[in-house]
Every structure is written in C-alpha cells, then in structure tokens.
Design a protein around this ligand. Structure first.
Ligand SMILES: C[S@@+](CC[C@H](N)C(=O)[O-])C[C@H]1O[C@@H](n2cnc3c(N)ncnc32)[C@H](O)[C@@H]1O
Length: 251
C-alpha cells in the first residue's frame, strides 16, 4: 500500500487474532514499509539479545517464527534456525530465508526436550490463547544453560490503548491482529518461567520516537519505502506496554 492504509482483505470479517489473517497478509511480511514493519524493528532488537553460538551445530528454535524476519539478524552467529509456526504461507517464506520450517503449534512443539541452545518467542505469546502452555514448551525445549529470548505485550490498560486503539490505526500494525484479552502480564510471565526453571529478566522497550515519527510521516505521505535506517527499538523504564525477556534455563 502506498496510501498509508492497511491492505484491503477479507480479514476485516475475521475475529481479532484469527490466524487466517496471516494468510491474507502474506505479501506484507518482507515489505520494509508494509504492515509488519515494526516486526522487522523488533526482530533486530531480539537478535541483539542472542550471543554467537558457543558450539558447532547449535540450534535456535524460533516459536511463532512467521516469515522468518529474525533470520537476517542471526546471520553469522552460528545457529541452525528452526522455525515453528501454525501458518504455512508464512513458513514457506521463512524457508526461503534459510529457516528450517516446522508446521506446528507452539503449545505442542514436535521437537525433543533440551534440543535448543536458544528459544526465541518474538511477538508470539500475546497471540496464544494458552500462553502458559507455550512458555512451558519453550522451557522444555531449552537445554540446561540455554537461553530464552522473547518480546510481547503487557496485559495493561495502557498497552490496549497504545498497541490496539492507537497502534492498529497506524500503518505499522495490522488492524485486528491483536486480541487484548490475550496480552501477557509481565510478573505472571516471570513466575511461569521460574516454575519451568528459567530465570527470566524483563525490560520495557519502545520504538525510538523521532525515527518512528519520521518513518510514519514518510509512509503516510506515500513517499515510497522510508529512506534511511529503520527505527530502532530502545529500552525504556516501563514494561507497561511492550517488553523483552531474556532468561537462562537452570541446570
Ligand atoms: C505477530 S506474528 C510474529 C512473527 C515473528 N515471530 C516475528 O516477530 O516476525 C505471530 C506469529 O505467530 C504465529 N502463531 C500464532 N499462534 C501460534 C501458535 N499457537 N503456534 C505457533 N505459531 C503461532 C502466527 O502464525 C504468526 O506467524
């Protein structure tokens, strides 16, 4: 779309968070000015939490990998990147970017206990009706000493306002993609990870303000793909809206 609007599709008739929306939006994943633009910015920030692999054949399991937007940011870090997702159209694109695709549910992942050096869950948990089950699976997949990295939306009034009421009216977030009833309280998430042996630390993050405004203005004016570097995701003092988590699986 060059006019600042969201792509027109049948998804307007789908309920919030219906996974079929991702099929309707399949052409948007890899467009830097598409409705998934902010996922690109978040993928870069998530990858920055992942250190280079410390052993040959190290495995990173990317739960809810979508079209594999994390892949370019992991280049050179030495992981085999396996992506698990419900949406086949997204997995096809992930595979084209070097991700080994697994069509499955993050709440019942068909991979062995302790197989992963790193598990990533980027913008996934707030889409899963039973997020605790997905967390249990993420922790199960990690080897002792393995690393969990994630980002998600908090279960707060402010988060509903910013991510849904405002965010979904901007061209960086698809309208109707979220069901705020699924948003994830940060303290509950930390507690759930601890129950499964992962010591998760969380911090608030947000897109940088000036770069994002510049990006939006260009995008809304239809000035073509925004020039210059994409806005960065920065740490912020509050976890009330968007937050990252990073935690190690204890032995
Ligand atoms: C907002 S997208 C995030 C994609 C990717 N992690 C990224 O940041 O670019 C959410 C993804 O989670 C997938 N998804 C939602 N529920 C899922 C589930 N229960 N199991 C596996 N994938 C799921 C969707 O198909 C979609 O690709």
């Amino acid at each position: 779309m060059r006019d600042g609007s969201s792509p027109v599709s049948d998804r307007s008739r789908l309920p919030p968070n219906d996974p079929r929306q991702y099929d309707d939006l399949a052409d948007e994943w890899w467009r830097p000015d598409g409705v998934f633009a902010m996922l690109h910015w978040l993928a870069r920030a998530r990858a920055a939490l992942v250190p280079p692999a410390t052993r040959p054949h190290a495995l990173l399991v990317d739960l809810g990998c979508g079209a594999g937007l994390l892949a370019p940011h992991l280049a050179g870090k030495g992981y085999r990147h396996v992506g698990v997702d419900l949406t086949r159209s997204a997995l096809d694109q992930a595979a084209a970017h070097g991700v080994t695709p697994v069509n499955g549910d993050a709440t019942a992942v068909p991979l062995a206990d302790g197989c992963a050096d790193v598990v990533a869950a980027g913008e996934l948990l707030e889409h899963v009706p039973d997020w605790r089950r997905a967390v249990a699976e993420a922790c199960r997949l990690l080897r002792p000493g393995g690393l969990l990295v994630l980002d998600t939306l908090n279960d707060t009034v402010l988060s509903r306002l910013v991510a849904v009421e405002v965010g979904e009216r901007l061209p960086t977030v698809p309208r109707g993609i979220h069901d705020p009833r699924l948003f994830v309280d940060d303290r509950a998430l930390v507690a759930e990870c601890a129950r499964h042996g992962v010591d998760l630390r969380v911090r608030g993050v947000r897109p940088e303000l000036r770069g994002t405004l510049r990006w939006l203005v260009r995008r809304i004016r239809g000035a073509g793909p925004p020039a210059g570097r994409a806005p960065r995701i920065r740490p912020t003092w509050s976890t009330a809206v968007l937050y990252q988590g990073r935690g190690v699986r204890l032995g």
